[in-house]
Design a protein around this ligand. Sequence first.
Ligand SMILES: NC(=O)c1ccc[n+]([C@@H]2O[C@H](COP(=O)([O-])OP(=O)(O)OC[C@H]3O[C@@H](n4cnc5c(N)ncnc54)[C@H](OP(=O)(O)O)[C@@H]3O)[C@@H](O)[C@H]2O)c1
Length: 372
Amino acid sequence: MVSKAETRAMKKALKLAAYGRGSTFPNPMVGAVILDLNGDHAGDGFHRKCGAPHAEVIAIASAGDAASGGTMVVTLEPCCHHGRTGPCTDEIIRAGISRIVIAMTDPDPRVSGRGIKQLESAGIEVETGLFSGKARELNRVYHHYLETSRSWITLKMALSLDGRTAAADGSSRWISCDKSRRLVHRMRTSVQAVLTGAGTVRKDDPELTVRLADTLSGRQPVRIVVSSTGDFGDSWKIFKSPGRVIIAVPEGVAMRLTEYTGIPGVEVWEFPADSGIQGINLTSLFERTAAEGIGSILCEAGSDLSTRLLKDKLVDSVSVFTAPVILGSEGRPAFELLGIDNIENVIRLENVSSHRSGSDFLTEGCVVYRVD
Ligand SMILES: NC(=O)c1ccc[n+]([C@@H]2O[C@H](COP(=O)([O-])OP(=O)(O)OC[C@H]3O[C@@H](n4cnc5c(N)ncnc54)[C@H](OP(=O)(O)O)[C@@H]3O)[C@@H](O)[C@H]2O)c1
């Protein structure tokens, strides 16, 4: 049985955990609250960034002596192994916690149930499953990484009412309203990288930084541009605006990019040419980004790259703004051919939310792929 105070504490722990968004990867976001013997709030903490103390340790320190005999409410099973920091289970046992309420077990095979067993063996009463759905959703990037070794990809698009991304001449600024554009800048602050294709760079010369008023957080996402040719036309803004820029190209193209690699922050990643496609294997790209600590990526590309990502089943969630404008079938479609020949084969979304964003409508959801 979970008490009302513990339920309230878990809601707070989930909120605290979210403060670590974008900074904890490859660790999960975790929040913890400690209730004293009377069920009153005694301390709390969250995991701020990878390598920093874990939420449980911070919460114990902030509760002081009140932790002894108290209850810990935590969004994820405490770790029981030596990583960058020591095992949290040892700290919890040492602090004299008598009961622990855990939202979900840790899918990391080094922990997965072992943390709970250790706590139970030490005589601590353990309750699991409170708000487990919310806890899983909170750490979807972490779960995805453990399951696939890849970064989480969110495909963001601004569409006309008739599903077009640009007019016939390629102009697309601005399909969406001011409010939606500010929201996109906020989305950029919550991911670790923004991805686009060379087609958008050539056509729009975008910066893809966070720069609109009230969205500035001081943190700029890494910008990634994929190209099979290394041809960016006369566009320079993305390379010259401050921050890290990765140009991802097939082997042999880097030597054509010397005028870009001289710019501070710009680096080139080469991948073996993929015999089946023109360009690089995008799965390899996202395995490398994840290995380099980039957990989440917002894709802001045109129909070519967006289609390739969907076809390769690499889009994990979508954020689509629909604006009250019509571009006609001469406009650029959101996607090219996807090979969907029957309504039964559509790509569906789950956990869908829709709401107004100024004069636009924002629909978000996770992509469900058919198992072939
Ligand atoms: N409404 C919106 O939300 C939105 C958002 C972004 C862009 N747009 C519009 O979209 C239009 C551009 O669309 P687009 O389809 O041409 O551009 P895109 O999808 O952004 O870029 C396509 C290019 O990306 C590179 N690429 C794609 N897959 C690759 C792979 N696997 N390996 C290596 N390189 C890869 C290729 O570059 P190379 O040619 O160098 O090989 C390809 O030509 C513009 O008009 C822009 O305004 C609209």
